[in-house]
Design a binder for this molecule. Structure first.
Ligand code: KIV
Length: 264
């Protein structure tokens, strides 16, 4: 199967075909989602869903390289984009190039960075040197403390104007797509219409060119995480707990293993 490229993703927008993206962090999930989606994102959300942190700030480049290698090994179709973690691209464009290069060497086809106009010089630098970049605006989790929490962005008029300008600057700097996270639907529609490049929404309503969700969220792995934007397509927390409960009970009652599970 042919791996999707950034040109294929642009073609999807041009042909009004929705782009489907999901996160993955390991080889097992990677092989399960590969044929079903267009884009796999190794998100720095792994800091929260894999490492159990409260936010994404402590994720390192080494963490991302490790998970990227595992995910990349099992992809034969989907495009692989990988998050650049906090402080691996903000300090200087030279450092950003070095770090983005490490992610590409690990198997990423492109990288994702958070921010608007302030990050455009770096995006221009990376794209000029052959590294495709996806932007990310709206609720940018690496700025959680500046934003005062994980809150919907772009509700105020001045925020709307800034987000529209930021997205346009990202496109002009060379970004091939942009994630719109937790912004009002009308604003996401305006941004999508004003951009040539695809928008990928999460909590940004129906008008985006594509959608992305964290795989653990869409599978219902956290019974307590119920944001408005999320639809759960399975209830694995319940199923996993029930399976492990049955296993534990059967071991204690000496119902597992049976003779049939034993070597003779
Ligand atoms: O880190 C991540 O998983 C993300 C998506 C939620 C877009 O950035």
């Amino acid at each position: 199967m042919k791996r999707l490229t950034i040109l294929d993703l642009q073609k999807k927008k041009d042909q009004k075909e929705k782009i489907v993206a999901v996160t993955a962090y390991d080889a097992t999930f990677s092989s399960l989602v590969d044929a079903e989606v267009d884009v796999v994102l190794v998100g720095d959300s792994l800091g929260m869903v894999i490492q159990g942190q409260d936010n994404t700030l402590s994720v390192s480049l080494e963490d991302m390289v490790y998970h990227t290698k595992a995910v990349a090994r099992k992809l034969s179709h989907a495009h692989l984009v990988v998050d650049m973690p906090f402080l691996t691209y903000q300090v200087s464009k030279e450092k950003a190039l070095q770090n983005a290069g490490e992610l590409l060497k690990a198997g990423a086809q492109s990288v994702k960075v958070e921010g608007g106009v302030e990050i455009c010089e770096t995006i221009h630098h990376l794209t000029q040197l052959g590294i495709p970049v996806m932007g990310h605006v709206g609720l940018t989790p690496q700025s959680v403390h500046q934003l005062g929490g994980f809150r919907v962005q772009g509700k105020e008029a001045f925020q709307k104007d800034k987000l529209l300008r930021d997205a346009k600057h990202l496109e002009e700097a060379g970004a091939y797509a942009v994630v719109l996270e937790s912004i009002p639907q009308d604003l996401a529609c305006d941004m999508t219409q004003s951009l040539r490049i695809p928008t990928i929404g999460i909590g940004a309503g129906v008008g985006c060119d594509g959608q992305v969700l964290v795989i653990y969220d869409l599978l219902g792995m956290d019974p307590h995480f119920k944001p408005k934007f999320l639809k759960r397509y399975a209830h694995l927390a319940r199923d996993i707990q029930a399976a492990v409960q049955t296993y534990a009970q059967e071991v204690r009652e000496e119902k597992f293993p049976t003779e049939g599970h034993s070597f003779h």
